[in-house]
Ligand binder design. Structure first.
Ligand SMILES: *Cc1c(COP(=O)(O)O)cnc(C)c1O
Length: 358
């Protein structure tokens, strides 16, 4: 541990509380935030919890010009027993540390990042919602703040964590299948690029395709490989799974696929349940052929926000494939129920995925 004890300055003007039924996603923020400074000279220092508020930054800060930025996304849950549990804390901290070098950003040691997250969640513990399906979304962020327009890695960096209480992803309570457009033109991530890192730039690169898809009545796009646009990579900002016959398949990790924590949960549970689970390339042509043959059983995305997002239809300009009659598949539902029950502490945490905040 390099950070030491983290001082807390409490707000003198608590923010208004939004009713849990009106939270939505990422609109409401808690009373405090955590910041840690890094300079090339001193390393990480000055970790503190302070009242939530604007960051003062020089307009020349490199993040604003060259996008040297990355983030994480994880959740804390209030269980039926009132306890607050962080889901897969260390795995998220390790992922950020593993990704930072690709952006020439310094990584906070995972143990320090974990301690920092616990400190801020403990401070704003009474903001963790208790309504079923609601949670506290945690957004650790790493940005280059040095005021310098030359192009090289910044020598001043800020790590900060903000918290956002979020409501049920599926408003009506039940999983809702979405329509997805197969994107054959635009690319999210290319070989050798930033796709395996939770880089802010990947999200900037994804927006236009998402906007176009929405205009045409789709929820998101299916991203294909950046070279030939033939194999499936991800769906929107989620990892992708297909069930063909009795095989659960997801593309293997590569430098253009993000190593999702939820993806790992799905693979772990699938293998435990005795399913035939494969990490192998999936061509669009294979999915089309399986659909024709009637063996394409389910398609779903996996990610922290939705947990499991069933796909009811995949479409190109020319073709539509309706999957499982547009209904939620049995495996999608089983995975969703198991993972959310573990998160809430109503089913045993046999994998050590939870950290209780006390
Ligand atoms: C964050 C993210 C995911 C999902 O990762 P989880 O750890 O499961 O939330 C998948 N794909 C991309 C591109 C992402 O940024």
């Amino acid at each position: 541990m390099t950070l030491g004890p983290i001082p807390v300055t409490r707000t003198t003007s608590p923010r208004p509380r939004t009713p849990e039924s009106e939270l939505g996603f990422g609109k409401v923020f808690t009373d405090h935030m955590l910041t840690v400074e890094w300079t090339a000279k001193t390393g990480w220092h000055d970790a503190k919890v302070v009242p939530y508020g604007p960051l003062a930054m020089d307009p020349a800060a490199s993040v604003l010009h060259y996008g040297q930025a990355m983030f994480e996304g994880m959740k804390a849950f209030r269980g039926a027993d009132g306890k607050i549990r962080l889901f897969r804390l260390m795995r998220h901290c390790q992922r950020m540390a593993a990704g930072a070098p690709r952006l020439c950003l310094p990584a906070l040691p995972p143990e320090d990042m974990a301690a920092a997250i616990q400190a801020i969640v403990r401070t704003d513990a009474d903001w963790v919602p208790g309504a079923p399906e609601s949670s506290l979304y945690i957004r650790p962020t790493l940005i280059a703040t040095e005021a310098f327009l030359g192009v090289r890695p910044a020598e001043r960096v800020l790590f900060y964590v903000i918290l956002s209480p979020v409501g049920a992803y599926y408003g009506g309570g039940a999983l809702t299948p979405v329509k997805i457009f197969i994107e054959r033109q635009l690319t999210r991530a290319a070989p050798g690029g930033l796709g395996a890192v939770k880089a802010a730039a990947n999200y900037a690169a994804s927006l236009q395709a998402a906007v176009r898809a929405k205009q045409d009545g789709y929820a998101q796009v299916l991203w294909l490989d950046g070279v030939k646009h033939e194999t499936i990579e991800e769906v929107g900002t989620m990892n992708l799974f297909v069930v063909i016959g009795d095989e659960l398949v997801t593309p293997p990790l590569s430098d253009s696929i993000l190593s999702g924590v939820t993806r790992d949960c799905v693979l772990t549970l699938g293998r435990e349940w005795g399913l035939k689970v494969s990490e192998r390339p999936i061509a669009v042509a294979e999915v089309v052929a399986a659909h024709k043959a009637g063996t394409l059983k389910e398609v779903f995305g996996s990610g922290t926000a939705a947990v499991i997002s069933p796909v009811g239809e995949l479409a190109t300009e020319a073709d539509r494939m309706v999957i499982n009659d547009g209904k939620v598949g049995a495996l999608s539902l089983r995975l969703y129920e198991e993972i959310t029950a573990i998160q809430r502490g109503t089913r045993p945490d046999t994998h050590g995925w939870l950290t209780v905040v006390d």
